[in-house]
Design a protein around this ligand. Structure first.
Ligand code: ATP
Length: 543
């Protein structure tokens, strides 16, 4: 269960997480359960802040995204349509010597569980052939445990969005382009959970499916498809954007989100999937990586990082699959397209028709069921392409899909810093300062009376605490010296500490009702009026 002792920084982070209540092993009193983690008091606050920021950024502050909260267990047909039942598997091999079980593609990176000190980096025992291992957790719905009752814990949140696409479209009064966002649990029976919470078996995702018009539809309505170049990144969405522009836009939006919570561009990396890596239906996929303490170096000695989020242009694959498997239409009607199509010259209509037909035929051929004939496929593709003239099409989708737990780990790793101070006698002490961005910090402010045995100080400090706590996560602490209290909050990553002293009570009349506010990262202190305190803190947290 324990992390292999290979990475001193990761060891410190794991130990801090337990000591300060960020992350605990699930079921620890029973020896733990591999791949499952609990968030303690500080971790729970941190996670809540991250999910709320994502939700606010991706839905509440946009007119073109609606939210969804779907169930974890859904009709098993969903996972047949999505391809998860048939293909969501990892290649697994067993070691005949140590009896370890590994992902075949990670074998050289994994220490032997039996003799970690001897075999770090590779288990030398004889291996079995690789075999596919489906990552979905299976369960039964209802009292009878037979094949007809099999259901799955969702391995991603995205499929519920596709399955509810029509309901959301109709109830939210959105029009393509628009998105549906969801945050929630996902489950994968990972062969080798590892790197602390990075690869867990139960985790949370924050996913957006952003539905867009196919390029042929854009071209029919606007004449051309706008391509967004890297230096046009500040442009807001335009009606004539095609999939490339939207894909580019969402990568940029997501990077800005990470920057806004303290992960600078230098800490991130990018992986643009090669054609060989892309799923057959995908047009592009950019992974946003974070340079974790365990991230490996590439051939040039640079740390590229490990995946935080994938942003995929998935064409119309998902909605098309659900249309085919459910028999329910997943297309939309677009009056603008119908009107524009009627005005197009015949050659343009033919050109767009042919391109749309080819795309549909390609999809239908690659996803054909065994009993479907080429004639049936051509007929269906013809029907789909004929739909353009009637203003009908199946939306394409751009999918920014992020993992909450990986982001929490990235924020913790990014915030971790050590400060060593040496006193007059030459004795040095190293303490940990968690430099979280104020937006995500689990506790925003600590409120301290200078002395706990002076009732006037305590009463005033309590009043300040009560003033702040309805608006932000605050803690009240009167235990030990002020220095000790600062150190406790530094380890928790609290960006501000407020001390109520005798000047607050008017010892120096000009300082009556002012407090000292201490900044975590540089230790600087300033004096603020109590009446300004809340606005000051909120501006730092929200600003
Ligand atoms: P990986 O290649 O690392 O297994 P993936 O490409 O399969 O990840 P996706 O299916 O694209 O991941 O899932 C979207 C996001 O969900 C990932 O970017 C990641 O942040 C998160 N995620 C996926 N699997 C796990 C896991 N086992 N533990 C924690 N987070 C995960």
């Amino acid at each position: 269960m324990a992390e292999p002792k290979q990475n001193p920084l990761m060891e410190k982070i794991v130990s801090l997480c337990k000591r300060r209540g960020f992350v605990f092993q699930s079921s620890e009193i029973y020896g733990g359960i591999n791949g499952f983690w609990d968030y303690g008091p500080l971790g729970a606050e941190l996670k809540r802040n991250v999910k709320e920021l994502w939700w606010n950024t991706m839905t509440r502050s946009r007119d073109d995204v609606a939210g969804l909260e779907a169930t974890i267990i859904m009709a098993p047909e969903i996972w047949k349509a999505s391809g998860h039942v048939a293909t969501f598997s990892d290649p697994m091999i067993d070691c005949k010597t140590c009896k370890g079980r590994f992902r075949a593609d990670q074998i050289s990176e994994i220490p032997c569980p039996q003799k970690p000190s001897k075999c770090v980096g590779e288990c030398h025992g004889e291996k079995t052939e690789a075999r596919a291992f489906n990552l979905m957790f299976q369960t039964y719905v209802g009292p009878v445990q037979d094949d007809s009752a099999i259901a799955y814990l969702r391995p991603e949140t995205a499929q519920a969005i596709f399955a509810q696409f029509k309901n959301v479209l109709e109830t939210s009064r959105q029009k393509v382009p628009f998105g549906i966002a969801q945050v929630g649990k996902a489950f994968r029976n990972e062969v080798t959970p590892r790197n602390f919470t990075f690869r867990s078996r139960e985790f949370e995702q924050m996913e957006l499916e952003f539905f867009i018009k196919p390029d042929e539809v854009i071209e029919a309505i606007y004449g051309t498809v706008a391509v967004r170049t890297p230096n046009s990144q500040l442009l807001s969405p335009q009606p004539n954007w095609g999939w490339q522009a939207w894909h580019h836009y969402w990568v940029e939006e997501r990077v800005r989100f990470y920057e806004g919570i303290g992960l600078s561009r230098e800490t991130l990396g990018f992986h643009h999937q090669t054609p060989a890596e892309l799923a057959h239906y995908a047009r592009a996929c950019t992974d946003i990586l974070f340079k974790f303490p365990f991230s490996k170096k590439d051939a040039d000695g640079n740390v590229t990082g490990d995946e935080l989020e994938g942003i995929a242009a998935r064409s119309d694959f998902d909605l098309s699959q659900h249309q085919r498997f459910s028999g329910k239409p997943m297309g939309v009607f677009d009056e603008e397209l119908r009107a524009a199509w009627a005005k197009l010259p015949k050659e343009k209509q033919d050109d767009l028709w042919k391109r749309y037909y080819d795309h549909r035929k390609n999809y239908l051929t690659k996803s054909a069921k065994p009993d479907e004939t080429p004639e049936q496929i051509s007929l269906q593709a013809t029907e789909d392409a004929n739909g353009l003239a009637k203003g009908q099409y199946i939306p394409h989708v751009i999918e920014p899909s992020a993992g909450v737990d990986r982001l929490i780990l990235a924020l913790i790793a990014n915030a971790y810093s050590e400060v060593t101070k040496t006193d007059d006698k030459g004795k040095s002490e190293t303490t940990v300062v968690m430099k979280f961005h104020p937006r995500v910090a689990p506790i925003k402010v600590g409120v301290f009376p200078l002395l706990k045995n002076k009732p006037e100080l305590v009463a005033k400090a309590q009043a300040v605490y009560e003033l702040l706590r309805p608006h932000l996560k605050a803690v009240y602490d009167d235990g030990g010296s002020i220095g000790k209290r600062y150190a406790r909050q530094d380890e928790a990553g609290t960006p501000f500490c407020v001390t109520i002293d005798f000047d607050t009570l008017g010892e120096k009349p000009e300082l009556l009702d002012t407090v000292t506010i201490r900044h975590r990262d540089d230790g600087k202190q300033e004096r603020l009026n109590i009446s300004e305190l809340l606005d000051f803190l909120l501006s730092k947290i929200r600003g």
